[in-house]
Design a binder for this molecule. Sequence first.
Ligand code: NAP
Length: 498
Amino acid sequence: MNKVSRILTLPETPRTFGFFVDGEWREGGDLFERASPGHGVAVTRIPKCTVADLDDAVAAARRAFEDRRWSGLSGAERAGVLLRAAAILRQRRDEIAYWEVLENGKPITQALGEIDHCIACFETAAGVARLLHGESFNSLGDKLFGLTLREPIGVVGLITPWNFPFLILCERVPFILASGCALVVKPSEVTSATTLLLAEVLAEAGLPAGVYNVVTGSGRTIGQALTEHPDVDMLSFTGSTAVGQSCVQASAASNFKKLGLELGGKNPIVVFADSNLEDAADAAAFGISFNTGQCCVSSSRLIVEASVADAFEALLAEKMARIRVGDPLDAATQVGAITTEAQNATILGFIDKGRSEGARVVTGGAAVDLGRGSYIAPTLFSGVTRDMAIACDEIFGPVLSSFRFETVEEAVALANDTVYGLAASVWTRDIDKALTVTRRVRAGRFWVNTIMAGGPEMPLGGFKQSGWGREAGMLGVEEYTQVKSVHIETGPRARWIA
Ligand code: NAP
């Protein structure tokens, strides 16, 4: 239950944070002041770190990794720290959700649900820490025995975006820690507070100093320096495809650090005429409006069977018009504020483009005026053709583009008509259709008669230009390891020199 336990109000003065290196808090020189996107009121002051601060953090992580204070522990000992962190997060759930809402603008009930998912990530990673293992090869003949060891890759740089600051962090950090790595995190400058709060949680849980470091600041300075850093062994980046491309170049130009990339999406929701149309419409409304559509897995392309398309669009529009857009601190709100002014302008720009390119607004299509903050009504466009910007580009807002199909082949072709391959959803009561679409559409996450469901047991990641690698689950720990092949000879050696 995401019950809000008290009436939430804005802080009287912005809270000033330090940054966290080698187990200690440091004060920032220059500070970045963040205003709550739902209210336009200053809520936090975050250090604008320097590249020298980042170098210190990488050096601290390197020392922590090399002296094996974390990687040398047993899986059971690492699991103990992760489970204690989960218990502390449970106690601090309301407080962390509050700061997430203030900086991001998402509704408080949603933020509370996200913290629950984060707790589950820590508990799942604790299990994986104990189960992580290599393989044995008893198939090399009597004289040779083989093993593979899974070893932590080393110092990991982690760059996270502003749309799910704590959730995306927690879909990575516990799994990285389970592997035995040390890390340096660079959150988005506009949503750094909860990443810093996690440092307190991990320290209290008993994580050794230097294993989790947070350096705040802008992507262009600190983010770029982290991607280029020669002493970082792996970079896990979640964000836009454009910055993902620059990470690839920076990796190649520095030290060929391993990359994990989770990038953009333009995700299809395929609705067949035989599905439960009420359920499918509810899911489509949720899939585009959840987190104001600022969600990498938002289902932003509706692909609906032509025979029911008019009726389905009408049903969906009626549901979307009833979504409660409002103050993120109000427990009744379903859709909160747009997180940044730049993103607000981008979304409204796409809505204008959709209209001017000839698509029809069925519902929404405008900003919502709540007196302060930036809000946009969930928007459905009909009559979208594949050349339009709203058909191809990731809008990252509550804007759904509708397409129609006659055959399963057409549905699959439309679903695959994108450079992205992050997620997809299919709605039908026919198992043949469900399986055909699931097997032929290229996407890393698939939902059949559901949407955005899942848990930290299941891996996350993209096909095509949506990224490389997998986060969460067993694969999400293995991603941060490298495999060493060990060959052991038994018995006398067959000599080379007679
Ligand atoms: P973004 O501009 O790429 O920023 C993501 C992160 O990268 C932020 O921490 C940002 O820092 C930093 N950054 C910016 N420029 C950088 C540079 N030159 N070098 C290194 N780091 C840099 O993306 P966003 O606008 O925050 O997030 C939206 C995008 O993320 C969407 O495309 C969305 O699909 C994608 N996303 C993907 C997933 C997934 O799991 N696949 C999840 C969530 C979001 P600052 O913000 O401080 O500048």
